[in-house]
Design a protein around this ligand. Structure first.
Ligand code: NI
Length: 169
């Protein structure tokens, strides 16, 4: 396994709309393994392929504390959604920034597994938030896009400063 580099806002590659996964082969399985290693190491609760500069419709998530509930969704589609919830979100591509975002409370998702077989998943609460956040990544969208332009510019400046400080140390 190998740790992958995570793209950070405002990298324009994060704006790429991912393409459908059509080949379910060993390299795809390896990519998924590497994504889990990268996500658990970060640590984070979700990671979309877009964030590691692979523009295919694939995401992983694990909202458990013990890293024992991995969820891999390939070509995910939200079939139904209901209710609303507001929760504080963060993102490995926007390090150190957290903000409230409104999402559907309950979703039904159709996806394919690592062998290409279709399945249906119902998710709510944090799991539903995480899946919606990661599907946004596959469409080139970030959680900071839900905030005002002013707030987004502030975040951009704060991240620039963090990076300058990191280079200086
Ligand atoms: Ni994210």
């Amino acid at each position: 396994m190998a740790k992958l580099e995570i793209l950070e806002f405002p990298d324009s590659r994060l704006r790429t709309v991912a393409k459908l996964v059509e080949v379910f082969d060993a390299p795809l399985a390896r990519l998924i393994e590497d994504m889990y290693e990268t996500m658990y190491d970060a640590p984070g609760i979700g990671l979309a392929a877009t964030q590691v500069n692979v523009h295919q419709r694939l995401l992983i998530a694990d909202v458990s504390e013990d890293h024992d509930t991995p969820l891999t969704l390939i070509n995910p589609l939200i079939r139904e959604q209901s209710g609303t919830q507001i929760s504080q979100e963060g993102c490995l591509s926007v390090p150190g920034i957290f903000a409230d975002v409104e999402r559907a409370e309950h979703i039904v998702v159709e996806a394919q597994d690592i062998k290409g077989k279709s399945w249906i998943l119902e998710a709510e609460e944090m799991n539903a938030v995480c899946i919606q956040h990661e599907i946004d990544h596959l469409n080139g969208k970030l959680f900071v896009d839900y905030l005002s332009t002013l707030k987004r510019d502030m975040i951009r400046r704060k991240l620039d400063k963090q990076r300058r400080l990191a280079v200086g140390t």
